[in-house]
Design a binder for this molecule. Sequence first.
Ligand code: WT7
Length: 705
Amino acid sequence: MAEARENAEAKEDEMRLTEAEIAVHWKEEEYYHPTPKFIGQANLTDPAVSERFSEKNFPECFREYADMLTWDKYWTTTLDTSNAPFWKWFVGGKLNVCYNCVDRNLGKYANKAAILWASEDENEPIVALTYQELYVQVNEMAAVLRDFCGLKTGDRVTVHMPMVPQLPVTMLACARLGIIHSVVFGGFSGEACGTRIEDSKSHILITMDGYYRSGKLLDHKAAADIAVKKAESEGHKVEKVLIWRRFRDKSATSTPLVEGRDYIVDDLLKKYRGVIVPPVSMPAEAPLFLMYTSGSTGKPKGCQHSTGGYLAYVTGTSKYIQDIHTTDIYWCMADIGWITGHSYIVYGPLALAATSVMYEGVPTFPDAGRVWRIAERLGVNIFHTSPTSIRMLRKLGPDEPKKYHYDFKSMTTVGEPIEPEAWLWYYHVVGRGKAAITDTWWQTENGGFLCSTKPAMDAMKPGSTGPPVPGIFPVVYDENGKELPPGAGKAGNICIRNPWPGLFQTIWGDPDRFVKQYYVKYNKDPKSKDWRDWPYFAGDGATWAKDGYVRILGRVDDVINVAGHRLGTKELESACLTVPEIAEAAVVPIVDPERGRVPEVYVALKPGIKASDEIAQRVTLAIETTIGKIARPRAVRIVPDMPKTRSGKIMRRVLASISNRMDYGDITTLSNPEVVEQIRVQVQGAGPVKTEKGPEDIRRFGETT
Ligand code: WT7
């Protein structure tokens, strides 16, 4: 028994070694350089930036970002580490985020577009909200929240809305009053919204009656009813549901209003016409919003982001990395329901008085030229999207960009590693070989970018995110906490050694989980109040090349990155278990050419139940209704039994290898090794095992935390 374990450990070591070798032998891509024209206009070209943001100037270096904001009261302590690892930034300072994103831009930019919005329906006109118009709408909505809903500073509000201008209006109205918004991605199901409502204890849900998606008008109000019911089933009552209308003069839903609970926002706004609500001056460390993300245990985590630190960080990085000027037309094609949209559609760009573009619908609707038509029509010159969209646009319309007369100066990719092939299409075809690309690596928890090239200063390297951004000091550790320096040629766990202002403050309602998940692994002294003892564990595998560029290999925990967004395995598995016939479920990632990773589901049935397609279909449906279509599995496999360790743990790594036709490695320590071959034959068909190595995140899937 002990021998078997030792054997297994030796095998594991061997595997790690092999990984290292692969990393060493990876083909290094050649460098691409920004054009002189781009450099000539860029915000950040001063080589002194590395000195200003050097470790010896930490944490004071971040004054540079905070000074881009307007403070009601200047702070006294830049970084307070007394309650490690709950860092506090700009302590003593006060400011209002809405004031910084709206009011302060009125002087110079009242009549400049803050938001340009394109409906999915090409016959609908473009909507332009000037800063003045945004100001008026935000104030009226703030009056509704304060006076009609009775909300006050520190209360939570859940917002479940599609990509329409009323979404940032709602967020900014919350921020104006210090109300903590929790925006749930509009594509998530009513049930997923309901659990997030319950967790944040929001008594108000703000939604919209309907919206366009792939040419269909979806009834979104129906999801609100489910959400309220779900929250109620968990013991939490929603008092009011506020419903924005997609159309001025007609309803987009056939779902009836619930008397005394549901209100049409446009009706409420009439009472508050022209009301001005003074912005509430908030402490820098007050929470601004919650953003839920999946972790390796079932429940989604409400990442709590701060007011001053967050806004400073997204403003600074929008200026230096996104290179946003007030004259730019900037389009980040993410959804505001994800952190990318919060930081780089709404808060960062608006704090810089930029023009931020929003698009309601599917990028390839009605055809693969749609994105480039919008870019041409609106004069977009900075474009920001994800590898999954890049792959999809390339697949459906490889030559479409050539047909349109847009002119990008720079472009961004975010959300997952981009393969050099897709990068090169983005660069040559979309960017016409002259737009600088930033590949930005970060996470929901981080507020803003961690690694990226400084677009006018660093060469680009396809497939590598780049060096750390100013003020970020990463380290790559092996499992035992040994440092793997740049050029070590080995893969390890990437951590950030220092706190930074955009880092989230805690997990809403679960500070222990916050410490456990992000700090315990590499913290040597839990009593230490020195930030140097608290490296932030990002949960990504990475290699760090000699030139200082980081290459992200993917998640090291049970999280599946679908189309650039994290889905929790456990959440998917509990959805499967709502189908009464299912005894056990295991979800694993499989490599997908467009979406990066997609889930594949294994289920075992309760005794005496016969497998059928119908059961498999109900499993898929259960996932779609509890989480959303984004989580739809590639396949549902009904298997006789799950491969298990002797202690009864399902070996997801083995299933993941089978799904991806990879070698499943050593299975001698399983309690039922014979089932593995049975499953393999069922999934892959008879014939020899392939011995492909496959990607690191899949080989290690389910091994940690
Ligand atoms: C995970 C975070 C905040 C961005 C939206 C996703 C992966 C993100 C990159 C990149 C390689 C990336 C990581 C990370 N990731 N950006 N440029 N290159 N991987 O936010 O849902 O919190 O997911 O996305 O694995 O941990 P998220």
